[in-house]
Design a protein around this ligand. Sequence first.
Ligand code: LER
Ligand code: MN
Length: 279
Amino acid sequence: MKLGVSAFAWTAAFGLGHLPLISQVREYGFEGFEIPMFVPSALPAAEMRKEFEANDLECTVCAILPAGINPISASASVRKKSLAHLVECVETAAEVGAHLIGGPLYAPIGYLPGHRPSEDERKWAIEFFQSVGDLIEKNAIDLSIEPVNRSETFFIRTAADAKEFCEDVGHPCIGVTLDTFHANIEEKSMPAAIDRLGFHLKHMHVSENDRGVIGTGHLDTAGCITALNRIGYEGYLMLEGFGYSEAETSAPGSLWADVATSPEDIARKGLDHLRSLLR
Ligand code: LER
Ligand code: MN
């Protein structure tokens, strides 16, 4: 398994000013660095690629749908715009040199229309992902669909939902990201969720129950690693924790992260903990 950290620890709006983080993350000892992507054109893709290559660090992307994008909207024009957005995400990720785009790509975070997923929404979502099958294959990019908890979505919350959805989409480059923060809320058992996903599992977000430093909360990360070894998982353990820094108001943790937990703590203490578990 490979070890990485998400830039979400520092910021949700990665820009030119964050480029030095790339060499910093490499110096910490990570093999991968995940970049949040909201509006693809807002990322300095060419500069990022140069920096990732110079530091021999792998880039993965976590795409969060921005306002106005919703692949399961009842409006055909919004769905059309959403497909164009996904294409742009893939093209930009390819420009950066990434080979994996994860995230809750099926619906915007917090889209809770007040009903169970309908047949139409399911059909639209399946078509949405199938439409980019050739494009992702051509660009050697995997899409890794992330179930998120019930306060963020009604659509794909569990490993079982995600597996069934991937089977319906039926493309080898489309699989699942399991985020232990969300799974802690939605799964009966995280190891059982990992076993269930098997080869569909393409990516892991390793996140403590409070999004703080991994190993300081109640998650059984060791139990997850045992299950990951059992299924032969060779992807990333991508730390997705949210730190606090006074200067970075766009950081997801700016509102509620423990003020004593810096982004560097999320990365370095998290890395130490994962290494101790893997030893
Ligand atoms: C994205 O990886 C994620 O876990 C979401 O909960 C972020 O809002
Ligand atoms: Mn996540």
